[in-house]
Structures are given as C-alpha cells and as structure tokens.
Design a protein around this ligand. Structure first.
Ligand SMILES: [Zn+2]
Length: 276
C-alpha cells in the first residue's frame, strides 16, 4: 500500500471538507475503527469522515496521497471508534502509516503544549508563512520540538547487550538508549549513556540510521558499538534488567519496523559474518 506524504510548509488549521483526510486523537490516544485493530496491515488510520463534536485542536499536517491531511484532537471517542495507545498502534503499524502517525502524534503533542510565547507570555498564533507558531506581540517563532537521542546495540563476541527500561512494562528486551545533552556529540552521548546505564565502556561506534519516535518528540540516532571494557552493572533507576544475550538465544525483541529491531538485526548479521 503506497503512501505519499508531504509536510505542509506553514502552521495553519486547514479546512475540513469531503476531500480532507483526518487523523483523530483523544488526548495522546489514536482513534481508529475496530476493523483496523483486527488487522492494522490492511487499514490506514486516517479517514475522510468528519467526526463531531468540534475539535479541541486541528492542524494541517500536509498532503497524503494528494489529499490535504489534518491532525484533529477531539474531547472523546465518538460511537464506532476506539481510542488506542499510540505505542500499541505503532508497534503493529505498517511502515508507511508508522511514519505519518509519528509526524501527526509529535505535532499534536507539541501543539497541545504551546499556548503562550516563552519570551513575553502573549498568546501564540497560527502562522501561514513558516512551520512555526508566532507571537503577535513580540514576533518570537516557536518551532516544533525535536529531541535527539542515541540508541545502540553493543556486541561482545557472539553476544549483544539488551535491557528492559523501567518505564515500559513489557517482557520485551530492547536496545540501550538515552537523550543527548546540550553541547554533546551523539558519539559522546552514546558512550556516556551506555556507561551510566550498564557500567560498560564501548568503542568502534558506527552510525547506521535514524527514526523518529513520538514519546513525545524524539529523533533516535541508531548506532552499533563494540564492547571495550567493564562489568555489566545496570542502573536500576533506568533499567529493570540488562543482560548479554547469545544471538541464538534471544528473548522477545521489538517488531521489525522499529529502529531497535533493525539495529539488533544488523548486529546479528555482523556477528554471524565474524563468527562463521
Ligand atoms: Zn512574544
């Protein structure tokens, strides 16, 4: 199912008409039809339907398959629609929908937190000349927030280091990840985060690819790294568990469309080449 998506170059509410696609949210939950939940690969989470009541918030996100596409936040789910946790949907979403919903969710969250100018306190307003909200009093422009993070798989011999973050309740083991500090390079951030979370020093850091992740506005920069020194001693404030896993005895790991899984797969491929 091909999906062509293009961002709208300004920050406007857009117009709802029968040609407009809408992506609906109630707070941070995505609104979908029950048939989508039964099989997310066969249905896209946007609709030409206009749902009532009046939206709490609406933004023209861009063009989706040549139709205008809006992000719309409602007060409650109308009959026949179901609110689903964003993470639960994204972990099952087909790749084209994953990207669009990622953008929609990040902008919805950002917009819901941008009421007043952070310089002078006046109201912020939509703006048809830039992708930013504008202060009518002092002219300050507020751009959508993007927070860079590193995410990495460390490998040692035939093993890779995976952990379970304390804030996510799942049996799944995933990559180590963390926010880059102001003024820090991604590579230094990676070394610091891995050391803080696991007690492990790494080297031979190689950039692979990136992926946006809307919790709430992260840009995950994906790296592979090699074990250098140190004993595994995970930080219980960050991780519920962390272990070295042999690549033939992996636990439950994230689904294929996530950057975490792509990094795990890339590490497995390197280890198989090195140990064949
Ligand atoms: Zn201002």
């Amino acid at each position: 199912m091909a999906v062509h998506f293009k961002y709208h170059p300004a920050m406007v509410a857009g117009v709802d008409n029968p040609q407009t696609l809408s992506i609906y949210f109630v707070d941070d939950q995505l609104l979908v039809k029950p048939e989508l939940l039964a099989d997310p690969s066969q249905h896209m989470p946007w609709s030409y339907e206009t749902l009532s009541p009046e939206p709490k918030l609406a933004l023209l996100l861009g063009e989706l398959n040549d139709s205008p596409c809006r992000v719309v936040q409602l007060e409650s789910a109308p009959d026949g629609w179901q609110a689903v946790a964003l993470r639960d949907y994204l972990l099952r979403a087909p790749e084209p929908a994953f990207k669009v919903i990622n953008a929609a969710a990040q902008l919805r969250y950002w917009l819901s937190t941008q009421n007043f100018c952070s310089r002078c306190g006046h109201n912020l307003e939509f703006n048809d000349s830039d992708r930013a909200l504008a202060c009518a009093k002092c002219g300050y422009l507020s751009y959508p927030k993007v927070s860079p993070c590193i995410i990495t798989v460390v490998r040692k011999g035939r093993e890779i280091l995976l952990g379970q973050p304390v804030r996510i309740h799942t049996e799944m083991y995933s990559c180590l990840a963390g926010f880059i500090e102001a003024g820090e390079s991604a590579e230094d951030g990676l070394k610091r985060e891995v050391l803080e979370e696991s007690g492990i020093h790494v080297h031979n850091i190689q950039y692979q690819f990136s992926q946006a992740w809307p919790f709430p506005h992260q840009l995950m920069l994906g790296y592979l790294a090699e074990y250098k020194s140190g004993d595994l001693l995970f930080d219980p404030a960050e991780l519920r568990d962390a272990r070295w896993f042999d690549i033939d005895e992996l636990p439950t790991i994230p689904p294929r469309q996530t950057i975490s899984r792509k990094l795990i797969d890339a590490s497995i491929q390197i280890i198989r080449q090195e140990h064949s």
